[in-house]
Design a binder for this molecule. Structure first.
Ligand code: ADP
Ligand code: MG
Length: 225
């Protein structure tokens, strides 16, 4: 009976995720479909507008896929020594063109830090989510400062993602799935990022000062620490 209850609960959770995903993907997909149809009969200027719409909707779908990939990283971490500078540089590369498109100046300042204990792929996905949130917070442009360093206690490495966007919303409930202030956000990114970091015995700190910009700080234990 206990088993049946657990199974029903698991099925319910899968159902909730499946319907959220279906909604998240169906809307952008159908606007891509109609923009493509429209582009075929528009003049050059109109067609260009359609292409811009298609690009924007494709970006939204990419956000969904990114957050779902985080979810797929449910397995236990096989710890290895991770070069956090390399992971951060890789994430920065991934978001370079999105930042440029939006007038966001991307600055990278890595320090010489000891390797962290963890799994590079999962950490990269956690970082991708923070970079996506930072860029999404600056639709009118701004600055994205990425840096690494050693935490004050000396036993953890830090990765800092700082933006100059509008700051965290009041009453942010980022532990709660599907909490989003974006028209078509998933509300999964921060929750899943926190889960990845928890599995690494690390942490995520978020702070906004006076509603100006946001600093997201990842802390990870160093190898052997
Ligand atoms: P999503 O990005 O799909 O909305 P997330 O879980 O990644 O979901 O983020 C949840 C919410 O946290 C966002 O909708 C936004 O309100 C807030 N948030 C996260 N990062 C930032 C940031 N850098 N600046 C401002 N708000 C943020
Ligand atoms: Mg997000």
């Amino acid at each position: 009976q206990q088993q049946a209850l657990l199974e029903a609960e698991a099925l319910g959770a899968i159902g909730a995720v499946a319907s959220a995903v279906a909604h998240g993907i169906r809307n952008p997909l159908s606007s891509i479909r109609s923009s493509a149809e429209l582009a075929a009969v528009e003049d050059v200027e109109g067609a260009r507008q359609c292409l811009a719409d298609i690009q924007r909707e494709a970006d939204r779908m990419e956000g969904w896929v990114r957050d779902l990939l985080l979810q797929a990283r449910g397995e236990a971490v096989a710890p290895a020594a991770v070069d956090v500078n390399a992971v951060l540089e890789e994430s920065a590369r991934t978001f370079q063109s999105a930042a440029a498109r939006q007038g966001v100046a991307l600055r990278l300042a890595t320090a010489s830090v000891p390797p962290a204990r963890g799994e590079a792929g999962a950490l990269g996905q956690a970082l991708d989510n923070l970079l996506a949130n930072a860029i999404e917070a600056m639709p009118e442009g701004g600055a994205l400062d990425l840096s690494t360093g050693v935490a004050p206690d000396g036993r953890q490495v830090e990765i800092v993602v700082a933006d100059t966007g509008g700051g965290l919303p009041k009453g942010l409930r980022d532990g709660q799935p599907f909490f989003s202030t974006k028209a078509r956000g998933t509300g999964l990114g921060l929750m899943l990022t926190r889960r990845i970091l928890a599995r690494h015995d690390g942490a995520l700190l978020l702070e906004s000062r006076g509603g100006i910009g946001t600093r997201a700080v990842i802390r990870l234990p160093v190898t052997g620490g």
